[in-house]
Design a protein around this ligand. Structure first.
Ligand code: NAD
Length: 511
């Protein structure tokens, strides 16, 4: 070090400066070119591939996540999403030319996929990498500048993000703000062109309120109590496995985890018996020693869950063991729960599964509809009438029949809530569309015939002009193609018959 030189860490930019930097980059047109978007996305892919171990380790430190869950539910999920985006990006981004009426026959009618500008992405702690980085890459793919705010509760993942993004991505257009409620509040006072928030419904309302002041569009990915209905037509052991896996991954701290089960008393008994066997097979005699169970994120959430268990202590039929030091809660099932029980008040977000007995699907529908619309709903039945009855008479962000959580893996299914469980949706192309303003554009020319076609609109208004223009503007439905295969088959049949007939005729003439 040269004597006399003062070396000090550069002062971190303030939140308004950071947001302004992102606006400047967007306004300079940095983020719009497809080459820039591709470069950032490929760099993100490299970031995931080169830092898999660090990501697994950060998740282990924050949630004691197993390697299997870390890779399957976050790292691979991000990698697959990025590869899919890179594969389809040109097709998604290109302008769309929709159908037009005769009056616009000679004009260009185009929908441009415009980026919004600067997007704010606020993440939650339960899937701290996936829930922040997936919308972030979607915003970049759509040509936006982005400011991300990871959750302060998953501190190791937040540090990973804050350290890695500047190394791999454009520092002018992709920026990280670390912090909690104070920093998020300050961020929400800045001007953004889109806000994408994942978190609880209570904070979601705060974000929505802040966004309305500047009419900023939002996606709110919120939570809620997602029900499971099981009837007596299903394979109860397979159903138990699928429900318990969805419930106990990440120690129940999953937004689409089954929150509670609705079933008859008879199914409840069978389910509890099957669940005991399954949980024993998975986690052994002492589940606390299993390397596959996550821990509760912090002592505040542990105490919240402990108080739910304390209030249900007489109804626990499986599990119930806890260890505050280790923030461990054993996978627990509570039976014969009623709507008055404390555990039915809010989203559980932990490894406790209550069962509420109901007589039938009709009662289950009534129970679900008496509450806020859930993020997702699970229906376990082989009876199509029962399934359709639940599907058609309830409202939820998504539905998965005869499994749990796996709907997340289908990237052609937009993922999001409805009502109190959120607004907007993403995943696959829906992510790109979320961060894209569909800019409609009509491009006319000065050709004489075009002017003639449109001239009926000009005064003086006459009935004949009115009739003319109305005829031109009438939307014509293209002829239905549903009978085309039959027509083709018929034509083929006629052709073949005629051919056979002609060959026979020729042969008989030859003779
Ligand atoms: P949270 O709402 O407490 O926090 C989310 C974000 O908001 C964090 O980044 C946090 O720093 C910030 N925040 C906290 N308090 C704030 C305040 N007063 N003002 C402004 N910002 C504030 O959510 P969480 O505890 O991180 O996550 C759990 C919740 O998120 C659950 O309800 C869960 O269902 C939901 N969730 C939903 C989805 C989904 O995709 N729909 C995914 C994961 C989690």
């Amino acid at each position: 070090m040269t004597i006399g030189t003062v070396t000090s860490k550069p002062k971190a930019a303030s939140i308004p400066e950071t947001v302004q930097k992102a606006h400047d980059a967007f306004n300079r047109g940095v983020t719009k070119p497809m080459e820039w978007r591709r470069k950032q996305l490929k760099s993100m892919l490299r970031m995931y591939e080169e830092n898999q171990d660090a990501m697994v380790e950060a998740l282990r430190k924050d949630l004691r996540r197993s390697k299997m869950e870390a890779l399957l539910l976050e790292v691979d999920y991000l990698i697959n999403d990025l590869k899919n985006t890179l594969h389809h990006l040109d097709e998604w981004a290109k302008p769309v030319r929709p159908s037009k009426t005769i009056v616009n026959m000679l004009d260009d009618v185009v929908i441009y996929n415009d980026p919004y500008g600067v997007v704010l992405v606020i993440g939650a702690w339960n899937y701290p990498l996936q829930l922040l980085l997936l919308p972030m890459s979607g915003a970049i793919a759509a040509g936006n500048a982005v400011v991300v705010k990871p959750s302060e509760l998953s501190v190791n993942c937040a540090n990973f993000i804050a350290e890695m993004l500047p190394k791999y991505l454009d520092n002018d257009a992709v920026l990280v703000v670390e912090g909690g409620p104070k920093e998020t509040t300050e961020l929400l006072q800045q001007k953004f062109d889109y806000i994408f928030f994942t978190g609880g419904t209570g904070i979601g309302k705060i974000v929505y309120e802040a966004a309305t002041k500047s009419l900023t569009p939002v996606t709110l990915e919120l939570g809620g109590k997602s029900p499971v209905y099981i009837d007596n037509t299903v394979d109860i052991v397979v159903s138990a496995r699928r429900i318990l896996w969805g419930k106990f991954i990440n120690a129940g701290q999953t937004c689409i985890a089954p929150d509670y089960v609705l079933c008859s008393k008879e199914v409840q008994d069978k389910f509890v018996e099957a669940a005991k066997k399954v949980l024993y097979e998975w986690y052994g005699e002492d589940p606390q020693k299993s390397p596959d169970l996550c821990r509760i994120v912090n002592s505040r959430h542990f105490s919240r869950l402990q108080s739910l268990l304390d209030a249900s202590v007489n109804k626990i039929v499986v599990g119930g063991k806890t260890d505050a030091q280790d923030r461990f809660i054993e996978p627990t099932i509570v039976a014969n729960v009623t709507e008055k029980d404390k555990i039915m008040e809010g989203e559980i977000f932990g490894p406790i599964l209550p069962i509420v007995p109901v007589e039938n699907a009709y009662e289950a529908i009534k129970f679900i509809n008496a509450r806020e619309k859930p993020l997702t709903m699970y229906i376990f039945t082989t009876n199509a009438t029962v399934r359709d009855s639940l599907l058609n008479n309830t409202s939820s962000g998504s539905v998965c029949c005869n499994d749990t959580v796996m709907q997340m893996g289908v990237d052609t299914l937009p993922f999001g809530g409805v009502g109190h469980s959120g607004m907007g949706a993403y995943h696959g192309k829906a992510t790109f569309d979320t961060f894209t303003h569909k800019k409609s554009c009509l491009i006319k020319n000065f050709a004489a015939i075009g002017e003639k076609l449109g001239s009926g609109r000009y005064p003086p208004y006459t009935d004949s002009n009115l009739n003319f223009i109305r005829t031109l503007m009438r939307k014509r439905q293209p002829p239905s193609l549903k009978f085309l295969p039959y027509l083709l088959a018929f034509a083929l049949g006629v052709g073949v018959t005629y051919g056979v007939f002609a060959v026979q005729k020729m042969s008989s003439e030859d003779l």
